[in-house]
Design a protein around this ligand. Structure first.
Ligand SMILES: C[S@@+](CC[C@H](N)C(=O)[O-])C[C@H]1O[C@@H](n2cnc3c(N)ncnc32)[C@H](O)[C@@H]1O
Ligand SMILES: [Zn+2]
Length: 223
């Protein structure tokens, strides 16, 4: 049996502080689903640590209208909805299999009235939505700038939040070495593309950005 890595041990300690994840079963189902769906699937559920932080941001900013790109089986959407009993979540996924499994999970959690699942490509669905949203959680993009960036920004209210997961390959791109060959997912110039997207967001006239990358040593609380 392989020993847990240092970062796995640290994550497990912090998760233990938070107590039981009410949607851990959906996380596990998402992992199992990915094995059976095949290469195109892409359901890598958000980390429970990330969802704790995003839930805190929802509470701290009193965000009520939330948009998610990349529903998967609904793991993160359930956390987004649970963060505020008065909140509502619109979430998008391209695969009908994901949408139907997510609908079951949302219904079982009692959130059918507050989570709306939209099937389609984000590029096509976003222009049909009416903003403003208080918070957008982009869990669909990977490595490169998505074509929907400006449409997504149009949907966020002034002062609203854009939270993006999936920045973990940035560390590998900057340090120039990696345990995982990201080119298999994202092409040979993946390292240039993710750094170019980071630069674009950091200097974007409509955004003020901060990265919460590994080893930041930051803890945030709401009262
Ligand atoms: C990293 S997974 C995230 C899943 C989910 N947020 C969770 O926590 O389980 C990405 C999901 O986004 C979907 N997706 C990725 N890009 C998309 C796009 N441009 N339009 C629609 N769905 C997309 C994939 O089908 C996949 O289910
Ligand atoms: Zn899948």
């Amino acid at each position: 049996m392989t020993q847990p890595s240092d970062s796995e041990r640290l994550s497990s300690f912090v998760l233990g502080l938070y107590g039981e994840d009410p949607y851990a079963h959906v996380y596990r189902a998402s992992e199992e689903h990915r094995e059976s769906h095949g290469e195109q699937c892409g359901v890598y559920p958000s980390s429970p640590l990330s969802m704790r932080l995003v839930s805190l941001l929802i509470r701290a900013t009193a965000a009520k209208r939330i948009l998610e790109i990349g529903c998967g089986l609904g793991y993160s959407a359930l956390h987004l909805a649970a963060a505020d009993p008065d909140g509502s979540v619109d979430t998008i996924d391209r695969f009908p299999q994901h949408v139907s499994l997510a609908l079951e999970n949302v219904s079982a959690a009692g959130f059918s009235q507050r989570i709306r699942i939209l099937k389609g490509e984000a590029d096509n669905v976003l222009p049909t939505l009416s903003g403003p949203y208080d918070l957008v959680y982009d869990d669909g993009w990977f490595v490169q700038e998505p074509a929907y960036l400006e449409t997504m920004l149009d949907l966020i209210r002034p002062g609203g939040l854009l939270v993006m997961s999936n920045w973990f390959p940035l560390q590998d791109a900057v340090l120039g070495h990696s345990d995982i060959d990201w080119s298999g997912f994202s092409g040979p110039d993946w390292a240039d593309r993710i750094q170019a997207y980071a630069r674009k967001l950091a200097t974007h006239p409509r955004l003020h950005l901060a990265f919460a990358l590994p080893r930041l040593g930051l803890a945030v609380k709401t009262k």
